[in-house]
Design a binder for this molecule. Sequence first.
Ligand SMILES: O=C(O)C1=C[C@@H](OP(=O)(O)O)[C@@H](O)[C@H](O)C1
Ligand SMILES: C=C(OP(=O)(O)O)C(=O)O
Length: 447
Amino acid sequence: MDAHITPGDVGGTVRAPPSKSYTHRAILAAGYSDGAVVRSPLDSADTRATARAVEAFGGTVDRDPDAEASGGTDEVAFAIDGFAGDPAVPADVIDCANSGTTTRLVAGAAGLANGGTVLTGDASLRSRPQGPLLDALEQLGARADSTRGNGQAPLVVFGPISGGDVAIPGDVSSQYITALLLAGAASDEGITIDLTTDLKSAPYVDITLEVLADFGVDAGPIGSDTAAGADGFRVAGGQRYAPDDGTYTVPGDFSSISYLAAAGAVAAAPDDAVTVRGAVESAQGDTAIVDVLERMGADVEWDRADATIHARRSDLSGVEVDVGDTPDLLPTIAALGAVADGETRIVNCEHVRYKETDRVSAMVEELSAMGASVTEDPDTLTIHGGESDLHGATVDGRGDHRLVMALSVAALVADGETTVQGAEHVDVSFPDFFRTLADLGVDVDLG
Ligand SMILES: O=C(O)C1=C[C@@H](OP(=O)(O)O)[C@@H](O)[C@H](O)C1
Ligand SMILES: C=C(OP(=O)(O)O)C(=O)O
């Protein structure tokens, strides 16, 4: 599906979708428990993959937004029956679709099963690195293979592990650490994780620790108060997952909010603003988008008490942004850089090449097609911005939801219509993205 976007002003109030990262963890944590209700979950292609995995391990996920689970309101909730820390051997291959988070977190759970679990997914997923996690599972006594021997899915994991010590790099994906922490709590002995490199994407491990705490599970960093700067992590075994009152509520998604706030900053009508509700404080590193926008000169305000963000149009200037902690903001910041005056340098971004696409190269090529001047080094993306340079074009979302959304933001201020190919891929993290843009007044034609 293509999205044809006509440039124009935006304004109005919209709601942020629920967090993808929190929803994955909450579904799987509920799976590890005897059962729990997850309120306000993100219902998207990626989170459905995690729900399928919980069912493959013997749980059930009732996605019916039905009265009982949601406490009699029309709020959406998932009612989940867990596998109580003891995953069954799946009867079939688990299809993780496009979701790296599902693949890694579920590979960890597979380590606890008394038999084999096969994990696969789409072509993008099957090109992403899993080697360090397979190696960690082997250190814990599992057999963990990539069928092609290239460290990529399809993966086959044979458990059970009972816990122990692992050494693992932290600079490829923090999701390996999350996987080991979630599984370690349900293992007999617990898991101690020694980081052999600095940790990238550290706030995602803080999200994990926050969700674990909310499910009554004790785990923490070694040598630091938070994941950033930690030498490693420790989770004791034999713990029971059980959230207070049997329910867990998912906060809004700041990666998704980044597109809406950016849209306001580049295209809000004079005397109007984009207002985003659901901007609840949490451990999400991507709240940094507010600071990035402010540094670029945007008129943006996060009313934390009201969980609301207001973004008005302003002239933006280029800045340097380190995305070591916030890889998912790279496409948004690159689009903002293409609109801003002067140079925007996105540094510490090598790990952003291991996502659904190599997002560094992809943003260079697609923004260049819109007339921006963009260059890359292995670890840096540089945009030589200036709104007047951007023109409408046909750009390829490359099956990557974040490319589709970031390019749609750039399209709001390009000269002429932009066609973003593969628009349906927003289903991965923000299924209502184009409806939300239309609610903000964007002239978008899906066809
Ligand atoms: O744990 C998570 O929920 C995520 C961690 C990050 O990945 P890496 O840790 O692989 O950088 C992020 O890019 C991804 O979108 C979601
Ligand atoms: C990289 C992402 O997710 P995942 O790793 O779960 O595929 C993302 O949402 O940008």
